[in-house]
Design a protein around this ligand. Structure first.
Ligand code: CA
Length: 614
């Protein structure tokens, strides 16, 4: 009898195992008890799974509804977890006499998870393209069975082998530089035949690309970063996925994608989303056209799709401990769908932060996408932070030109900031000189000889309103011009990130004198800014540029910082009587620790930058 029972149990387990192999995906793979939103969508993907009878083994997990999207390989279970405790329960799928048991874990949340701190104007983000920063593990360079199974550092569009371990190995360097957060270009799986290194064609939303490491490696990176006082911002892409994503190749239903059967290119005219005169034809193409032929466009008006994406971001936050999200191609996606996403994330984590890639040409259009924008009312994007692309364009001109009384040079910056009234929250603007999609601030290596341009730009970036972001390599004057062709060149390898690199810019002794001058200046500035409430929280007051000099004050409580930027190639003497309201004493300490006298006039050398603290 005992033997028979053992045999029956064995047969039973064998049958379960046999059936379970036909189940290819359970997403999310696990979840947590005690989330603010008690509803969970569990996506099951397996051959002919839709014909199963579904039941759950737990009494405190309630199966609310089952969605069969059309493709019989999918089931979407919506469960109510409002009364659930941490546990592993069974999802039981019955097909006639066949029975499949899928254990599903509800984890216990980490203490304080809901209260995690996002990035803010007290932070400086350091943007890293993981494939191009450092190769910490050559054993993952080539993964058998993946489409791009080679590295070629001579080819700007190929994979170069950088990875999570490489970033982890250099966290001390990053933290010592003085930035307080890292933003990584996407690390999710991009198993695509070409261009997979940049990461913007996701083929598995729940998996780190194995060429970067494992999910656990990413969690370890986040933990190590936190231990060094660095926040982590994760890149997400919800507008589109990679065409090799199983959700596209074997769609749950056609309406998971826009133009599901025929690739239709977006026209990139995203101003149509806020343009009151836009034609339906162009608005539709901007929104529903694909970003590229290899990047099919999600239909977020489908509630199941929106929920899938919302849960994916919450899963990564809860699982890995990240502090923020950078959301790609923001105005290409459905306004209401993305608004629902932002609200869901921010409801779950009230101090979190999300920045959307709002690549639009002027402040009016950018401001439309920020939370509480009066221009979008009564709609609300719920997106806390938007990207200040217009300021990037201006900064790339302003420090080269002569500043005039009514235009040019630093006047452009002054003029632009006078229009901040359009923004619902100017301090939640991500500010930057460049990023992975643009020319670097220095177009050529030769032009880096002009370090006054560098110093003025970085002082301005790090002392004006907003949340500054610095692109990796800025500290060592990496130069690149988008006009030279491949975007891969804007994402060059950080020198020293690969074993055997002739030039190791991670090391002070190996950096050139000019690189060290730039590095040292930026490091000092970043270290000074870190924890400095005058910059993080202070008010901003500026003056119309006079004699080509732009003057502004940041003030918090009874402390202030006053910056003088000489935007001309000539020495300038300023009559200080106009600036009395920001000069509380006749002496101040400059950035070098030297005392500066401010009785009647102040003389600034050509392109001089002066930072005074009071
Ligand atoms: Ca590697």
């Amino acid at each position: 009898m005992k033997h028979l029972a053992t045999l029956l149990v064995f047969i039973f387990i064998y049958m379960q195992t046999l059936q379970a192999t036909s189940l290819q995906k359970v997403e999310p793979a696990f979840w947590w008890a005690g989330m603010r939103n008690p509803e969970l969508q569990i996506l099951l993907y397996g051959e002919n799974i839709a014909s199963s009878e579904v039941s759950l083994s737990a009494e405190d997990v309630h199966l609310k509804r089952i969605v069969k999207p059309g493709n019989t390989d999918y089931l979407l279970l919506y469960v109510d977890l409002s009364k659930s405790v941490p546990q592993t329960f069974d999802i039981v799928l019955q097909q006639g006499r066949d029975r499949m048991v899928v254990p599903y874990e509800l984890k216990k949340r980490d203490t304080g998870s809901a209260n995690r701190k996002g990035f803010s104007s007290g932070d400086v983000l350091y943007l890293i393209m993981p494939d191009r920063f450092a190769n910490g593990d050559t054993s993952n360079d080539v993964i058998k069975g993946m489409y791009e199974a080679k590295v070629d550092r001579e080819d700007p569009s190929a994979r170069h082998g950088g990875d999570i371990k490489g970033i982890n190995n250099h966290l001390d360097y990053i933290s010592d530089l003085g930035v307080t957060a890292i933003w990584l270009n996407p690390i999710q799986e991009n198993d695509m035949p070409g261009g997979s290194y940049h990461g913007y064609a996701i083929t598995d939303y729940y998996q780190v690309d194995r060429r970067f490491g494992t999910n656990e490696d990413f969690c370890k990176l986040v933990d190590s970063a936190h231990a060094k006082g660095l926040k982590v911002v994760m890149d997400m892409i919800f507008n589109h996925c990679g065409s090799e994503n199983y959700l596209f190749k074997d769609k749950p239903s056609k309406d998971w994608f826009n133009y599901p059967d025929n690739y239709t290119q977006t026209n990139f005219r995203t101003a149509t989303q806020s343009d009151k005169y836009a034609s339906d034809f162009e608005k539709n193409l901007a929104l529903n056209g694909w970003f590229a032929e290899v990047m099919p466009d999600f239909n977020q008006r489908n509630e199941d799709v929106a929920t899938y994406l919302i849960q994916n971001s919450i899963w990564w936050i809860e699982y890995s401990g990240i502090n923020g999200i950078r959301q790609d191609t923001y105005p290409y996606a459905d306004f209401d769908g993305m608004s629902r996403w932002c609200k869901a994330v921010m409801d779950e984590y009230p101090d979190f932060n999300i920045v959307g890639e709002t690549w639009l040409n002027n402040n009016i259009l950018v401001s439309y996408w920020q939370k509480d924008s009066r221009l979008a009312a009564p709609k609300n994007s719920n997106l806390p932070t938007v990207m200040d692309f217009p300021l990037m364009e201006i900064m790339n001109q302003a420090f080269d030109e002569e500043t005039q009384d009514w235009g040019g040079g630093l006047y452009r910056i002054y003029d632009y900031l006078t229009q901040d009234i359009v923004y619902a929250n100017p301090s939640n603007l991500l500010t930057f000189l460049d990023n992975h999609d643009t020319s670097r601030f220095y177009r050529t290596r030769e032009s880096t000889s002009n370090l006054n341009r560098y110093k003025q730009a970085l002082v301005f970036l790090l002392t004006t309103r907003g949340i500054p972001q610095i692109y990796y390599g800025t500290e060592i004057l990496m130069a690149a011009d988008k006009a030279n062709g491949s975007d891969g060149l804007l994402r060059a390898d950080f020198p020293g990130g690969w074993k055997g690199d002739k030039h190791n810019a991670f090391s002070m002794t190996e950096r050139t004198a000019r690189e060290n001058e730039a590095y040292t200046y930026l490091r000092k500035l970043l270290q000074w800014r870190k924890g400095n409430n005058i910059i993080a929280k202070g008010t901003l007051k500026h003056f119309v540029p006079k004699n080509g000099v732009y003057v502004y004050e940041r003030k918090y409580e009874n402390k202030s910082v006053v910056v003088f930027l000489n935007g001309t190639d000539k020495q300038q003497t300023l009559d200080l009587s106009s600036y009395k309201e920001v000069l509380p004493s006749i002496t101040a300490i400059d950035f070098a620790g030297k005392e500066v006298h401010l009785d009647k006039s102040l003389t600034l050398k050509e392109r001089e930058t002066l930072i005074l603290t009071f």
